[in-house]
Design a protein around this ligand. Sequence first.
Ligand code: DP6
Length: 362
Amino acid sequence: MNSFVINSVKGDINLGQVSWEAPSNIALVKYWGKKGLQLPMNSSLSLSLSSSKTKTTLSWRKKPKGEGLSFDLLFEGKKKVQFQNKISTFLERVEDKIPNLKDYHLEFDSENTFPHSVGIASSASSMASLALCLGSFAAYSGNESFLGDTFFEEVSSMARLGSGSACRSIYGGWASWGPYQIDNHEKGSDFYATPFTKIDPLFKEMSDFILIVDSSPKKVSSTKGHALMEGHPFAEARILQAENNMNKLVDSIIKGNWDVFQSVVENEALSLHSLMMSSKDPYILMHPRSLVVIEKIKEMRAKTGVKCCFTLDAGPNIHLLCPKSENTSIKRFIESNLQEFLENKNWIEDSVGSLGPKALEC
Ligand code: DP6
């Protein structure tokens, strides 16, 4: 592992470069609400995707001592000022893990594999790929904690400081984050995510059809949404609900119980949106067409028995999940029954990617 992290670096410690690609993820049990420094109020569980990814290249050059942190942020080769503050906060937060960071000028250049402006959240894959690059930089500059088998744990912990959900994008397949302890071997932590591997064959190959209902920018960011969980009248009940749903979901995945899986996943999606609607500054991120699509999915499922279920991020778009064996029926269903309710008839076929992040040739 060490050699692979180190060998992915081109150049030397005065002037070097590293590239990583990290997957986007979709949460089934939702992280909603924070405490302390980007620690989750409740446990969450997610699936990393195989096609929706962000690639980031980090280039560094040594600079005179005493100048403090400095960086440029590029998106597809062009300067991006929009996320400047977010990255600045992120770098300040990781500085105590990589103390020599301020001795270098950094340049991050990112690109997504998914189309622009379709409403797919990119903060998880972006922050994960940035953290992986910083992790390689730290390992290359001899930072002990990034040199051992704990590399991914350390990187996940850094990614969390950029965006909570990013800590789960450090792994392929399924990952959990938070206190929930999956079993004696897979301990749960608030600080980093852990891969979850005890998967029944039913869930080994899953598809995620991302149905683009509305791609307009969100009215309320996830970060603001998390903040509204402080003092939320249902906060305590939500924490209990999430831990309970983790229990049921993990058990269903281990045992291959589709019905329990489906009911928990849909309960989580609707609970997330109910929490937004019942916060002290209530807001609605679903679109009327999101509800139409959900009803159509339920109708079709009741009629045909096809295994599928829906989930939503903090937005109006629907993720339609199914075992890969149902792909043909689901595609036919989307084309003939759902497409008319989608923005520009737009949908994206993705699947659970077991491989996870990848160090790339620079
Ligand atoms: C609804 O990770 O985007 O997608 O930590 O403020 O960056 P920050 O928030 P973010 O929140 C994601 C919320 C969610 C659920 C989830 O991914 O678990």
